[in-house]
Design a protein around this ligand. Structure first.
Ligand SMILES: [Zn+2]
Length: 247
């Protein structure tokens, strides 16, 4: 059992084996509000279809923490300076690093899945033509995981992650007693930053800035797969599998 999410879920080795089949040259955009479980689902889908799971925030953080790159690339140095002041990554830079990564993966005939990206109309407008060119429109899949705000607040106010890599520990009864990360064995910590107010703000930003991209994608001829995220991890995953195979 390679996948730590699969380990967490306690699936049989047979079920885990069945996951790892049928590689696809897809580009999947998995989008949902904070706490929708998109990271976990992206990991499962990555395993199932042989996709590389990309989190834009981690992609950016890797660049600004690379001291060689900071020395040689003034743009990265500037992004780091802003980031250290508490600012978000500049949208044009986000687009640039996403497209660089997409190109690199497409060159290797490698499918990919983005969780929580694109985040804005600006991003999707800039990125979509490139993705269509690299992957073909029919291989671009868009999944909208929906949960209501109350559920989002409950899930985010006790968010547990591992200390070493930030692997999320899903907020379900059966994971309650896990003390170390099943993937790397590091300690599990509770993030105390997500107060109900913070989560409300993040949800508001999501509704205002991210949700309009579904409309944009539908107008551009895409089918947006809508999934009820207020179910167990297994059932959300089953629903996505069923819908994504039809699309
Ligand atoms: Zn971990």
């Amino acid at each position: 059992m390679k996948n730590y999410v699969v380990q967490l879920l306690g699936w049989t080795s047979e079920a885990a084996e069945n996951l790892n089949q049928d590689p696809k040259k897809w580009a999947v955009f998995l989008i949902g509000p904070p706490g929708s479980g998109k990271g976990t689902q992206a990991d499962l889908l990555a395993e199932r279809f042989g996709l590389v799971h990309i989190q834009t925030s981690k992609l950016g953080e890797a660049k600004i923490n690379d001291s060689e790159l900071i020395k040689n690339d003034p743009e990265v140095a500037e992004v780091k300076r802003l980031y250290d002041k508490g600012e978000l990554f500049p949208p044009p830079w986000t687009v640039k690093i996403v497209l660089e990564k997409a190109q690199e993966l497409a060159d290797k005939e490698q499918g990919t899945i983005f969780s929580g990206s694109p985040r804005t109309i600006y991003e999707v407008e800039q990125e979509l033509p490139y993705f269509e060119n690299l992957y073909g429109k029919e291989n671009i899949k868009v999944v909208n995981i929906k949960i209501n705000e109350e559920e989002s607040i409950i899930r985010n106010s006790s968010r547990r992650v591992c200390k070493a890599s930030g692997h999320p520990i899903p907020n379900f009864e059966k994971f309650k007693n896990i003390l170390v990360c099943p993937q790397d064995g590091s300690e599990i910590i509770t993030r105390g930053l997500d107060t109900p107010e913070t989560i409300k703000t993040r949800n508001e930003v999501y509704h205002r800035r991210t949700e309009p991209i579904f409309n944009f994608l539908e107008k551009s001829g895409y089918k947006v797969i809508e999934i009820n995220g207020e179910q167990s991890i297994e059932n959300v995953f089953k629903d996505i599998l069923q819908e994504i195979s039809k699309s």
